[in-house]
Ligand binder design. Structure first.
Ligand SMILES: Cc1cc2nc3c(=O)[nH]c(=O)nc-3n(C[C@H](O)[C@H](O)[C@H](O)COP(=O)(O)O)c2cc1C
Length: 197
């Protein structure tokens, strides 16, 4: 088929320096080098099989601790934790122990040396494997980590232990240069992948 010259749906070229097209908000918890639990808010992540990739600003407290201590937990909050999400994303562990400031409870993981956040319905226990820092992506640290375990709230599981897919109630981060917003996934509607084929 010949490529078309024009899109039917008119698209405008934009010169944004960033476009977040909807990434789940996650809370990364860890014990710092002194053994104190701390936590930060992140939206840059993806996972494939037993691997997860996270993107951090290079100077943050969490990433610089995780580079040394290696273990951390990815916690998936729901929309009952908006204040906590905002607080942990606006304050740095260089200045405060965030678990002392918000309604989040660190509980030691049995698999990795990091705390699970009790209030979050999903926790993914990880160990750092790779740190990727490139001069041409200045200020960014990407990490790869190995998933050692996953814990899911009973409310999210059916009688066979399968995930209740439409119960998952992530908060998404959407935005551009001007502002960023939280989008909620409360519709409780889900469709099976490949059900549209
Ligand atoms: C919803 C949300 C998503 C965020 N996503 C990221 C991210 O993907 N990577 C990042 O480095 N910072 C992200 N931030 C900003 C950090 O959470 C923020 O800079 C925090 O203060 C860093 O804390 P730390 O110094 O204790 O690590 C996000 C903040 C919010 C509120």
């Amino acid at each position: 088929m010949e490529p078309k010259e024009e899109c039917k749906i008119k698209k405008i070229n934009v010169d944004y320096s960033k476009l977040y097209y909807g990434f789940p908000v996650i809370l990364i918890s860890f014990y710092d080098k002194d053994g104190n639990p701390n936590v930060t808010t992140l939206s840059s992540s993806f996972t494939l099989m037993d691997m997860v990739v996270l993107g951090f600003s290079r100077k943050g407290y969490a990433i610089n601790q995780i580079k040394e201590v290696k273990d951390f937990v990815i916690n998936i909050p729901d929309n009952s934790l908006m204040k906590e999400i905002d607080f942990c994303g606006a304050n740095s562990g260089y200045e405060c122990k965030k678990f002392d400031m918000v309604n989040l409870t660190p509980v030691k993981s049995k698999l990795v040396n990091a705390p699970i956040i009790e209030e979050c319905p999903i926790a993914i226990e990880c160990t750092l494997t790779d740190v990727i820092e490139r001069d041409y992506y200045r200020g960014i640290t990407n990490i790869l980590a190995n998933i050692k375990g996953r814990c899911i709230s009973k409310e999210y599981l059916d009688a066979d232990g399968q995930l209740k897919y439409s119960a998952v109630d992530n908060v998404l981060y959407v935005g551009d240069d001007k502002k960023k917003v939280y989008r909620y996934t409360q519709s409780k509607v889900s469709d099976d992948a490949q059900s549209f084929l």
